[in-house]
Design a protein around this ligand. Sequence first.
Ligand code: ZN
Length: 327
Amino acid sequence: MENYAVLKKHQTELQCTVSNILYFKGIGLHTGKESEIVIKPAKADSGITFVRKDINPKAIIKAKAENVCSTMLRTSIGLKKDDSGKDASTGCISTVEHLMSALWGAGIDNALIEVYGCEIPAMDGSARVFYESFYESGIKQLNAKRKYIEILKPIIIENGSEDKDASIALYPSDDFEISYDMDFNHPLVQSGSFHMKIDGFNFHSEISKARTFGFLKDVEYLKKNGLALGGSLDNALVLDETSVLNKDGLRYEDEFIRHKVLDLIGDLYLSGYRIKGMVRAKKTGHDMNSKIVKKIEEHLNEVSLSVEKKEENSFVSIGKAAATLFA
Ligand code: ZN
């Protein structure tokens, strides 16, 4: 996987899908239930689509922010609202963010993901296993130009519902950049900042391996609330008051903040497109991440409205929108 010449071949302006069918099996981080997923090639402009195949009727769920049904410690998508974390039958799929992040990193625009279970397998708690499997099995270019969301004006969300200091904003930039500020009151996690221009090259080395994390003191409360039921030292970094319990320690010195960036990339990919812009996030979790994607979607709706109006009535300018799509 250190062969960057191979990676470079896939950094393309054309849309991509997987070349072959991929299969993953494992337990879900929050439900603790075993699930299987099958990832299949999909045609250009179809995007990422999840299908719950283990329920009748099956549920077809586009990987879009409008389908986000829960953001409690993970991002779940589904056909119905569900905040219990215990759902097994309404077509809800929990914890899609690490897989979405891996799809973004590998440059996969279109894929059909069949899910047998109510949560994506946790694998090692990062995006690495998915990402490396995509490259090992092959990525196929499609005969259609990739579309991007270009941020034209700042889009800002402040005052998070869980933490009033949390904020997230998107600004114009020629690249995809993330700046993340974290503030935890723990001797190992502490406060810190991370800033990087991220693409498919450095995603693998700098982001993909960062694992999800949790605090031993929270485990009992989370389990009571139907969360972290599958969490273990095999799929998460676990911290007590002063140290990391995982024998092999950290994969990056600042693995915690890098995992927050990994989550953010996966959540932003629920916009349905890659973003050209700078993301500034402070203490955000899945709730704030999902809110800004919904904001982007609102702006994109304005864009299409503007374009339609422009045809009949030339006074509405597309330049007023904060985001636009370009190919
Ligand atoms: Zn995560």
